[in-house]
Design a binder for this molecule. Structure first.
Ligand SMILES: C[S@@+](CC[C@H](N)C(=O)[O-])C[C@H]1O[C@@H](n2cnc3c(N)ncnc32)[C@H](O)[C@@H]1O
Length: 141
């Protein structure tokens, strides 16, 4: 493989805009907005958010769909991981203090229904923190 022959960072630094919209990291937003309580990791996959969620003092519950390669690849078993049909969350109204969801909504078949479910299972005033790469949605008929 040929060695990288691009410029050093110092040579291009002046070309990088400083007026960007400031990328926010989901983990930072989560730590700022959540302390303790019961947190749902929606679309938990292999469970990589367990330590982040525990670090806020919260109790962790992870949920995902059954037919998921990420779930199949999970090796950790030190937490409460559930599966569901992808639409109806199997929890009572107002069960969670916060819901965390990383890179999930772009994969969800029925995002509107799931959002209603999120609203239902969150306590009034609870926090929903999510990040996604893209989501095409028709806003005007
Ligand atoms: C890109 S992975 C992200 C996994 C994990 N959140 C992470 O940060 O590594 C997308 C996840 O969304 C899950 N998923 C897809 N549809 C879902 C649904 N309706 N409800 C919950 N999770 C869903 C997939 O099974 C998969 O685990």
């Amino acid at each position: 493989m040929a060695a990288f022959e691009g410029p050093e960072y110092g040579e291009i630094e002046h070309t990088i805009p400083t007026d960007d919209a400031r990328v926010a990291r989901l983990s930072d937003m989560f730590r700022k907005g959540v302390s303790g309580g019961v947190v749902l990791d929606l679309g938990c996959g292999d469970g990589r958010a367990v330590d982040l969620i525990r670090s806020t003092g919260a109790s962790y519950v992870g949920i995902d769909i059954e037919q998921s390669p990420e779930v199949a690849s999970r090796t950790r078993s030190d937490e409460h991981f559930l599966t569901y049909d992808g639409i109806e969350l199997p929890f009572d109204q107002g069960h969670f203090d916060a819901i965390y969801s990383n890179q999930v909504f772009e994969h969800v078949r029925h995002p509107d229904s799931l959002l209603q479910e999120i609203y239902r299972v969150l306590k009034p005033g609870g926090t929903f923190v999510a990040a996604l790469s893209y989501l095409g949605r028709k806003l005007i008929n």
